[in-house]
Design a protein around this ligand. Structure first.
Ligand code: MG
Length: 157
């Protein structure tokens, strides 16, 4: 068994749509970034790469490369999963915590779990997504952006 940990953060950008876990969240500010800025998927990808010791998201999809401008992070996750499988691992489960003051995540959690499970080709029971606020502390608590932590467990096939 191999454990991996991923982290990501993005600041809000009112001019963009919000995507978290591959799901479009309506009536919320989007996130600033080179790709579609899906912080949840980025943290998941880093947890997967970390568990497989395959580097990090920046080494696979550098933001200096215009190829990844406005990239669909769902496609990046599919690529990452392919590499993890290719390296001889299967995904056992992931557990992610999304921290933001807005929007409320709970109404979207089931859709996000289903979408991440679909992208990783695992059952939804292997995908946990939890939403929290930062209790108004620091910049995240001031509503400036979103922070995501994720752990992933892989098994060697
Ligand atoms: Mg990111």
């Amino acid at each position: 068994m191999r454990i991996g940990y991923g982290y990501d953060s993005h600041v809000f950008d009112e001019g963009r749509p919000l995507k978290l876990g591959g799901v479009l969240i309506p009536d919320a500010p989007g996130l600033k970034g080179h790709s579609d800025a899906d912080a949840l998927i980025h943290a998941v990808i880093d947890a997967l790469y970390g568990a497989a010791a395959l580097g990090d998201i920046g080494s696979h999809f550098p933001d200096s490369d215009s190829k990844w401008k406005d990239a669909d992070s769902a496609a990046l996750l599919r690529t990452a999963i392919g590499e993890v499988l290719e390296a001889g691992f299967s995904v056992e489960n992931i557990d992610a915590t999304v921290i933001c003051e807005r929007p409320k995540l709970r109404p979207h959690v089931e859709a996000i779990r289903a979408r991440l499970a679909e992208l990783m080709d695992v059952p939804a029971s292997a995908v946990s997504v939890k939403g929290k606020t930062n209790e108004k502390m620091d910049d995240v608590g001031a509503g400036k952006g979103v922070v995501v932590h994720c752990v992933a467990l892989l098994t060697e096939r």
